[in-house]
Design a protein around this ligand. Structure first.
Ligand SMILES: [Zn+2]
Length: 138
């Protein structure tokens, strides 16, 4: 599905198709890689966005892992969309680290209002995902 008839405003190397912008664009790929590296997951990048939001594709048999996956994947998509619009309409630009920091912060805020994560403060929800998922952070 094409979002616009123009080139991708992030990489300028491909058309702005939905799957390109949110999965396969260099910036998107780096963000997904940051998430999987952070959580020590090994995965194969899906071909389409539908897989990302299909609950049946991501049953980790751990409700905290499911909530974290959903929160962060939605935050990545939201962050990419905001960055795309900022570049297109405001002429502003964030690098990967700035974008990833914002995505982590949004994810932590969303986790903080979820019953599965209410026992941790925002700082832990921002910086200690793996220990929280492993149950080693009290
Ligand atoms: Zn691109």
């Amino acid at each position: 599905m094409s979002i616009s008839s123009h080139w991708c405003v992030i990489c300028r190397r491909s058309g702005e198709e939905l799957d390109h912008l949110f999965l396969h664009c260099t910036m998107a790929w780096q963000l997904w890689a940051s998430l999987t590296r952070e959580l020590q997951w090994i995965w194969v990048m899906p071909k389409t966005c539908e897989v990302i939001f299909d609950d049946a594709s991501w049953d980790f048999r751990n409700s905290r892992r499911n909530v974290l996956w959903k929160s962060c994947s939605q935050s990545i998509v939201w962050g990419i969309w905001q960055e795309r619009n900022a570049r297109l309409f405001k002429g502003t630009f964030m690098n990967h680290e700035e974008l990833w920091d914002g995505i982590r912060l949004n994810t932590a805020k969303w986790l903080s209002i979820n019953k599965e994560f209410k026992q941790w403060g925002l700082n832990d929800l921002l910086n200690n995902w793996q220990p929280i998922l492993e149950g080693t952070l009290r």
